[in-house]
Design a protein around this ligand. Structure first.
Ligand code: HEC
Length: 139
């Protein structure tokens, strides 16, 4: 009986770590996702250049497909999201992202995966408008 309960407890605990309701999703986006995208991606992916085509400055532009027809962000499916493939590429891959000296940490990649797994909440309007931002590691 006890042995049967252990996996169940594990599932309940694991799920409670994921962002749950709408306000938790909003706070996860604002405190975790947005700062990483703003500090590591927006300097290039801001719509100012025709290439790269990915524009991460708003939900409307970020939730598009690549020229080859792949979703950059496919809610609930990080493995099919080109954004995740790009940040998980190895150090010598020509399309490894971000295209800077500073790669994302495993924690940051895990956070982005978790965000997409949980539906990739991204608000409309000013709250969901991203701008390039400097960071301590990436000045
Ligand atoms: C210094 C500029 C720069 C930064 C910073 C940068 N990128 Fe890119 N990114 C590019 C360029 C240029 C391309 C087009 C690459 C190509 O097609 O050769 C690109 C392409 C991509 C693609 C499409 C990849 C593909 O296989 O088609 C994705 C997804 C992407 N970037 C995500 C990101 C993410 C997420 C970040 C932040 C973690 C980021 N990039 C940071 C310049 C940048």
């Amino acid at each position: 009986m006890i042995l049967r309960l252990i996996p169940l407890l594990f599932i309940v605990t694991a799920c409670s770590l994921l962002p749950g309701g709408r306000s938790e999703r909003a706070s996860y986006f604002h405190t975790q996702v947005k700062p990483v995208l703003q500090q590591h991606c927006l300097q290039c992916h801001n719509g100012s250049q025709p290439v790269p085509a990915l524009n991460l400055s708003s939900k409307a532009t970020a939730f598009k497909r690549s020229a080859s027809g792949r979703d950059y962000i496919l809610p609930e499916d990080p493995d099919c999201s080109l954004l995740i493939s790009a940040v998980q590429r190895g150090g010598t891959h020509p399309k490894m992202m971000p295209r800077t000296e500073v790669s994302l940490t495993d924690d940051q990649i895990g956070m982005l995966r978790e965000w997409i797994e949980d539906g990739a909440y991204w608000p409309e309007g000013a709250a969901g408008t991203l701008h390039a931002q400097k960071s301590a590691e990436n000045p």
